[in-house]
Design a protein around this ligand. Structure first.
Ligand code: ZN
Length: 186
């Protein structure tokens, strides 16, 4: 029996769900999944603010989970799908973990390290990552745009960013509360 590989859009939709979970926690909406033999073995979204940990970008969370799942730091049979072009830190981790293919959604002209500002996968390193971009990029960009518009609007209204963030975390109940309604929905 042959298993039909799922299209990149399928996995990117799962990454977008992760990004939406980040937005509900007042985190910049970026999400990622790591896929191994047609299965998600790592998923994550940005948690930098909630945990006050600069390394908790979506890709890092997903990569860590995947390594834990396989019991190995080598992810050479894995593909990573992320909604936004990885930064220098994440692009470094992607190369280090030997990820086979990186698929990202929208470009990040300010901090993207996979073609926009620099191109880490193109450096003459020990491992070559295949890169594909632009998958469901409009959905990813729309999420980011909505998030920053809402943030600007709320910053103009009473609360400071940190008090608003606290409210979001309280309303979300826990860091894993993916199904809870958006506390900032109109
Ligand atoms: Zn990053």
């Amino acid at each position: 029996m042959t298993i039909q590989p799922k299209p990149a859009e399928h996995w990117m939709r799962l990454a977008l769900n992760q990004a939406r979970a980040a937005a509900r926690m007042d985190e910049v909406p970026v999400g990622a999944v790591v896929v191994h033999q047609g299965q998600v073995i790592g998923r994550g979204h940005n948690r930098r603010e909630t945990r006050q940990d600069v390394t908790l970008h979506a890709e890092m969370v997903a990569i860590r989970q995947a390594c834990h799942h396989l019991g190995s730091w080598r992810l050479d049979q894995c593909d990573l799908y992320v909604t936004l072009e990885p930064c220098v830190m994440c692009a470094g981790a992607i190369v280090q973990s030997r990820i086979r293919t990186l698929v990202y959604g929208s470009r990040d002209p300010k901090a993207g390290a996979c073609g926009s500002v620099v191109n880490v996968p193109d450096l003459p390193l020990h491992h070559v990552v295949q890169v594909e971009s632009g998958v469901l990029s409009e959905e990813s960009s729309a999420l980011l745009k909505q998030f920053f518009q809402k943030r600007r609007r709320l910053d103009k209204q009473a609360g400071t960013r940190s008090s608003r963030h606290q409210q979001a975390v309280q309303q979300a109940g826990s860091t894993e509360a993916e199904k809870k309604p958006d506390p900032f929905a109109d």
